[in-house]
Ligand binder design. Structure first.
Ligand SMILES: Nc1nc2c(c(=O)[nH]1)N=C([C@H](O)[C@H](O)COP(=O)(O)OP(=O)(O)OP(=O)(O)O)CN2
Length: 286
C-alpha cells in the first residue's frame, strides 16, 4: 500500500550554486510512504505524518545553507564559530557559523531532485512503524508572474531564521492606483534576484568601493556567532532588519521615490505568506 500527502510542508533554504552563487529557495514537499496497514486500517495516521516529517526537515536542511562539497574551489574547515566555508566561483564568498546552520552535501551542484532522493534514503533507513520506504518530492511553487530568490538572516529571531544565510523564492505583486503592474513587478524581481538582503547595523566592514569590494556581515545570535563576506554588488543594504514587513515597506518607499506614484506592495516570504505595504505621495499607510 502507498500513502501520499501533497504539499505537506515547505522547505526554505539557501544554496551555493557554482553558476549563480548564493541563492534562496523555497520548495513544496510532497511525500509517498510504502508499507503495511495496521489493525486500525491505516498505514500511518495523516495527523502524524506532518509533524514526523516536519521535525526531520526542521532538524535537517530547512533554514540552512546547502553546500555542494564537490563544487570547484569550495573548502570547508572547522573554525571558532563552528564551520568556515569558502567558495571562489562564480564569486568569492566566505561564511562562518555554527555547524547546524549548514547542510554539507557530496555533490558538485544541488538540485531539488538530488536533495529529495538524499532525504528519502536517510528517512527510509529509520522509518516509522509499518513504513518500508519513503519518497519525497521537492518542487517550486508555480508562480504566474514575477518571482525572485533572496537570502538573509534575522539575528533577533529565536528560531532558525537567525541563520545568516537562509533564503526564499518569493512572488512579488505591485499595484499602482489599484492596478496590477506586471512590468514593474518583473523589473523589481530582476533587481532583487539572487541578492543577499542585509541590515545596515549588521555590516562590520563595508569593504572598498567599486565592483571588487567585499562587504562583511557579522552578528551574534542565540545559536552562536555568524559571519558572511561577499561582493557588495550581490547585496542590498536596508536600514532595518530584513523581516518581510520591512522588505515590503522598503520596496514601497523605493518605488514611490522612483515613480512618484502611489504604490501597494505585496511581498512574500517564500510560499504563501508575507506582508503588504502601501505608500502614496501624500500619505503613508502600512
Ligand atoms: N512576522 C514575521 N515573522 C517571521 C519572519 C518575518 O519576516 N516576519 N521571518 C521569519 C524567517 O525569516 C523565516 O525564514 C520564515 O520561515 P518560516 O517558513 O516561517 O519558518 P518556520 O519553519 O518557522 O515556519 P513553517 O510554517 O513551520 O515552515 C520567521 N518569522
Amino acid at each position: 500500500m502507498t500513502l501520499f500527502v501533497n504539499n505537506l510542508t515547505h522547505l526554505d533554504a539557501s544554496l551555493w550554486c557554482p553558476r549563480r552563487g548564493l541563492i534562496g529557495a523555497s520548495w513544496h514537499v510532497d511525500v509517498e510512504l510504502d508499507g503495511q496497514l495496521g489493525d486500525d486500517g491505516m498505514l500511518f495516521d495523516f495527523g502524524e505524518v506532518k509533524p514526523w516529517l516536519k521535525a526531520h526537515l526542521d532538524d535537517g536542511p530547512d533554514h540552512t545553507l546547502l553546500i555542494p562539497l564537490e563544487s570547484p574551489g569550495l573548502s570547508v574547515q572547522a573554525c571558532r564559530e563552528g564551520l568556515c566555508i569558502r567558495a571562489q566561483a562564480p564569486y568569492a564568498m566566505e561564511v562562518r557559523g555554527p555547524r547546524q546552520a549548514f547542510t554539507l552535501l557530496p555533490w558538485r551542484e544541488i538540485t531539488p531532485q538530488r536533495l529529495a532522493e538524499h532525504y528519502s534514503n536517510l528517512l527510509s533507513r529509520r522509518p516509522p512503524p509499518r513504513v518500508d520506504a519513503i519518497r519525497l518530492r521537492l518542487h517550486e511553487e508555480a508562480i504566474d508572474g514575477a518571482a525572485f530568490t533572496y537570502s538573509h538572516g534575522l539575528k533577533r529571531h529565536v528560531g532558525n531564521c537567525q541563520r545568516i544565510a537562509h533564503g526564499h523564492r518569493s512572488r512579488l505583486c505591485l499595484w499602482e492606483n489599484g492596478s496590477r503592474q506586471p512590468l514593474l513587478e518583473a523589473a523589481w524581481a530582476k533587481r532583487l534576484q539572487d541578492r543577499y538582503l542585509v541590515s545596515e547595523e549588521d555590516i562590520s566592514d563595508p569593504g572598498l568601493p567599486g565592483p571588487r569590494g567585499q562587504l562583511t556581515v557579522r552578528y551574534q545570535a542565540g545559536q552562536g556567532q555568524f559571519m558572511l563576506r561577499l561582493p557588495r554588488d550581490r547585496c542590498i543594504v536596508m536600514p532595518t532588519p530584513t523581516t518581510i514587513e520591512h522588505i515590503a515597506a522598503w520596496l514601497a518607499a523605493r518605488i514611490l521615490h522612483e515613480t512618484g506614484r502611489e504604490v501597494r506592495v505585496q511581498a512574500f516570504e517564500g510560499i504563501g505568506k508575507g506582508a503588504f505595504s502601501g505608500m502614496s505621495p501624500l500619505t503613508r499607510h502600512d
